[in-house]
Design a protein around this ligand. Sequence first.
Ligand code: FPP
Length: 267
Amino acid sequence: MIKKLFNFFKNKEMGYNEKKYEYLMKNIDFSRLPKHIAIIMDGNGRWATKRGMLRAYGHRAGVEALRDIVKACSELKIPVLTVYAFSTENWKRPKEEVDALMNLLVEYVYKEVEELNKNKVKIRAIGRIHELPEKCQRAVKYAVEFTSKNTGLNFNLALNYGGRAELVDAMRKIGKKIQGGIIEIKEIDEKLISDHLYTKELPDPDLLIRPAGDYRISNFLIWQLAYTEFWYTDVMWPDFRRVDMLRAIYEFQQRERRFGGVPKKDK
Ligand code: FPP
């Protein structure tokens, strides 16, 4: 398995660096990988502007990075990957940029779905999908249905997603159930809230990756990230490749997760 993985990651076109890879491949414990990785795909705009291009080109380049990371997660048998593709706040961007992102989503889905399906990837969408343009809703529905029986990587696209909006939606669903006499107020606990989020049935992320040098949560999975390990890099999302993800995983494995408890050595 390790040899197969090593060959897979030894892809010279993808920012391959022999020493870096060798070190990571030798030192990552592949039996202890994160079960859920979440990514804030940041930096597309700056990446493009720096090259004198329109921001939309940055998003297009971001799709290449996404393709590589989905493949890598699939190959590593990471159970869940969630990426922040469009937030509830992103509507504030200029119309041309919003349109470009929506078109890119449609293009991405129809171009990639067969390949993703071949790799047994199961696509889901989280967010207020019903507020997206019709053509996006159709594309998302198609991808979700087409891959619904797959048993490989659970790949969540956060689209028109906001952590606060997700909590509002959950509260409304719970409120309705209380009103209808289906549940009682005293039944509200953390599990009940989790079970009413878009991510119900999925484990909380173990690792959050944010490229492009900012250190914010940006309204992403605010409930689910309570005990997630954060990992930041200055690499812009369009330049982000599997080696960067391996670095994140390696560093994640060096940390001790205490979930509010005490360090192991003090027990
Ligand atoms: C943040 O970078 C990125 C986004 C708002 C969009 C992310 C979208 C993609 C990577 C591609 C589209 C995805 C799919 C599924 C088709 P930014 O624009 O805020 O960058 P900046 O901080 O440098 O301005």
